[in-house]
Design a protein around this ligand. Structure first.
Ligand code: ATP
Ligand code: MG
Length: 340
């Protein structure tokens, strides 16, 4: 496998406009993505998933800033890569759409309501290849729409004339227009009903097999991710607390939070069993504890957990940030309760 993306020590902070202070919505984020890989990100609401995607694609807006870290993107045959965090707008434009496509939650907000679909596809296709003539663009647009199961007649329509599911699929087709290496999707199916969700996701999977793009995909539906992703990262309180193969997250989750999340979702293959939510609420990012953010909700915690923040360590089956698991597996001793 060859590397496509490498996120290192990334922080994203929303600068506080009031005396409530700053929110460090993503902290010390590290992960990699290989070409053609599907990496899913899961976690409760406000754990920083959308913030991470917007920072990775440099779409974050004020008051969000990235005070530290890098997002290195490797174009085909480029072993150096380019840091998207440090890149200027001109350089970013080169990567957006042609190498990296983005499908965000609201298709209506992404499609231009006053332009026919055909014109939006023409813009995207021309940005990639200026030499295309009108007939070629029409043909290519029809092909792209066909890939997501939309008849070519829809080309002449405005976004508001399409159903929610069609808009979402049109947006996916638009994302594919430039044959990107990476598609970033934030809850691409929450705006549509369950049957349509399945259809759209199956289409994405089929296209991914056919075209080989990598996917970075956010949802809080863990069952969906287990089905779709190669690997899964679990976020809690702005940090990745576990990252591993989807199979491992499904069958042998390590972090107590992942175990809780896993128990809260129905399994697709196992018989129905009782499901339990995780008791108590997620942390307030403005008042994070010194140690593990999950400690107040964790039924396995020891004294050190509240005092010392666990690092994301290779504990064998996966990477996990948990003192108890690391000690259990002989990777690191339990720290003393007082931070050094
Ligand atoms: P959800 O599952 O609900 O979409 P999420 O995991 O995507 O949640 P984010 O939207 O990334 O979470 O939010 C992470 C944290 O950043 C939250 O505490 C949120 O309140 C805060 N946040 C998000 N956007 C802003 C903003 N524009 N200004 C200030 N804080 C923000
Ligand atoms: Mg979100």
């Amino acid at each position: 496998m060859t590397r496509l993306l490498e996120v290192s020590d990334l922080d994203v902070v929303y600068l506080g406009l009031t005396d409530e202070g700053n929110v460090r919505a993503c902290a010390d984020i590290n992960f990699t993505l290989e070409r053609g890989e599907i990496l899913g990100i899961a976690g409760e609401s406000a754990s920083g998933k959308s913030t991470l995607l917007t920072a990775v694609t440099r779409l974050q807006q004020a008051p969000a800033v990235t005070p530290k870290g890098s997002v290195r993107f490797y174009d085909a045959g480029d072993s150096e890569g380019v840091d998207l965090i440090a890149a200027d707008e001109k350089a970013l434009r080169r990567y957006r759409w042609s190498d990296i496509s983005i499908v965000m939650q609201s298709a209506m907000a992404c499609l231009n309501p006053v332009t026919r679909l055909e014109a939006q596809f023409a813009d995207a296709l021309r940005a990639h290849d200026r030499s295309l003539n009108r007939a070629q663009i029409r043909q290519r647009t029809a092909d792209l729409l066909a890939m997501v199961g939309i008849a070519p007649q829809a080309m002449g329509k405005f976004a508001h004339e399409l159903s929610g599911g069609m808009r979402q699929r049109a947006l996916i087709a638009l994302a594919l227009a430039c044959d990107p290496d990476l598609i970033v999707m934030d809850e691409p199916t929450t705006a549509v009903d369950v049957v349509m969700q399945r259809q759209i996701l199956n289409q994405i999977l089929r296209l991914q097999h056919e075209l080989g793009f990598a996917v970075l995909f956010v949802t809080h539906d863990l069952s969906l991710l287990l089905e779709m992703a190669d690997r899964i990262a679990i976020m809690y309180g702005g940090r990745i607390v576990e990252i591993g193969q989807a199979r491992q997250i499904a069958d042998d989750p390590q972090h107590p939070y992942t175990r809780g999340l896993r128990n809260a979702f129905p399994s697709l293959t196992e018989p129905r069993r009782e499901r339990h939510g995780i008791p108590r609420s997620p942390p307030d990012l403005r008042k994070l504890p010194a140690g593990c953010a999950f400690e107040p909700r964790c039924d396995e915690s020891v004294a050190a957990c509240a005092a010392v923040r666990p690092e994301l360590l290779d504990i064998g089956p996966c990477l996990a940030a948990c003192h108890v698991r690391a000690a259990e597996r002989g990777v690191a001793p339990l720290p003393t309760a007082r931070p050094a």
